[in-house]
Design a protein around this ligand. Structure first.
Ligand code: ZN
Length: 350
């Protein structure tokens, strides 16, 4: 138990004001410990923000007092209600826990006002991720497209600074994606790909990035920057040949490792999940070049477009630094038609 104490997992204001003792027995305490060690601690670590437990263990009296369901896992010490301070943070926390995949039930309550999460020792964990609203008590399967729209609404209003979108000099057409390379940046300006129900068959063992002769790239050695895939390897995992195609420097940007392994990766997962239900067009790249360092983008960005609904469902910018900030970006949204035309409809090598 790194980030959580039994005190906060057992604390109940309702119990205190009603004068009820709320102490777990050894079995229940063991369950609380497992919940922390398998779910809460790893999520806290990945999120990088404090998580507040609003309700952990409840004995039957306390559970009845707060209106918990009859068979609530809170009574076994298997569940906690948690919040990371805002709906936006809770949404990110939801995806972190879902992605870890080590839980019994995960519920986004009242549009992400808080999350209910449980872990069970004595039965198979169901890995059931649900959304629950106040009005209806019935839980539904996650509708990722809806939640993306929600994210958009929550983040709307945040406007990025004016960005320098450098043009592309050369377009590489791979079967799986198109890379628009710029000599000035020695990197792709952006990459575009379509995504629909990607299959994960192979793992990315031993694959190394390959240079395109005549197309220089950033020298990554001894820097905090990862070779950040733009078209993700995991979305091209039907075969090793396919995946190998994503390991070209013209498909990578120097991304701070904390962005590449943090928020950028998490949103790749969000997009991958969304692509199970919808055919998507993804365009991503860098902007504000040289702001922090030569040949390094100050921002990375991603636009996701629903081919079914023919609207952009996500347009996010990520600051490329040790503490990446993700925000909805109106500039990107307005530039979308330009990218779409350039990337898809113009066609052919230039
Ligand atoms: Zn709960």
């Amino acid at each position: 138990m790194q980030y959580f104490t039994f005190y906060e997992l057992e604390y109940s204001e309702a119990a205190i004001s009603a004068g009820i003792k709320n102490a777990p027995n050894p079995d229940q305490e063991r369950n609380l410990r497992l919940l922390v060690e398998f779910v809460l601690d790893p999520a806290r670590e990945l999120l990088g923000l404090p998580i507040i437990v609003t309700s952990g263990f409840r004995n039957p009296k306390v559970n009845a007092l707060v209106g918990g369901v009859k068979n609530s896992q809170h009574m076994l010490g298997e569940a906690a209600d948690i919040t990371a301070g805002s709906k936006t943070n809770n949404r990110e926390l939801f995806y972190i826990i879902e992605e870890q995949g080590n839980f019994d039930q995960l519920i986004a309550c009242n549009d992400y006002e808080f999350l209910h999460v449980s872990y069970a020792l004595n039965k198979t964990n169901r890995k059931e991720a649900l959304f629950k609203t106040k009005k209806k008590k019935t839980a539904t399967k996650p509708k990722i497209k809806k939640s993306l729209m929600l994210a958009f609404l929550l983040l709307a209003g945040t406007i990025c600074h004016a960005q320098q979108f450098a043009p592309a000099d050369t377009i590489f057409d791979f079967d799986l994606y198109r890379s628009c390379y710029s000599y000035q940046q020695a990197s792709p300006s952006y990459v575009v790909y379509r995504l629909y129900q990607p299959k994960a068959v192979v793992k990315r063992d031993n694959l190394r990035f390959i240079e395109m002769p005549g197309f220089p790239h950033f020298d990554y050695k001894g820097t905090p920057y990862d070779r950040g895939h733009l078209c993700p390897a995991a979305d091209c995992a039907a075969s090793l040949a396919e995946m190998g195609m994503t390991f070209y420097y013209v498909n990578a940007l120097p991304q701070h490792y904390r962005l590449n392994r943090g928020a950028w990766k998490r949103y790749e997962n969000v997009v991958r999940n969304a692509a199970q239900l919808d055919s998507l067009l993804v365009i991503c790249g860098g902007a504000n070049w040289g702001e922090v360092e030569d040949l390094v983008p100050g921002l990375c960005w991603k636009i996701v477009y629903s081919m079914t609904d023919t609207i952009p469902i996500m347009s996010l910018s990520f600051t490329n630094c040790s503490e990446p900030v993700v925000s909805e970006c109106d500039t990107l949204r307005s530039l979308f038609p330009y990218y779409k035309m350039l990337a898809i409809w113009k066609g052919g090598n230039q």
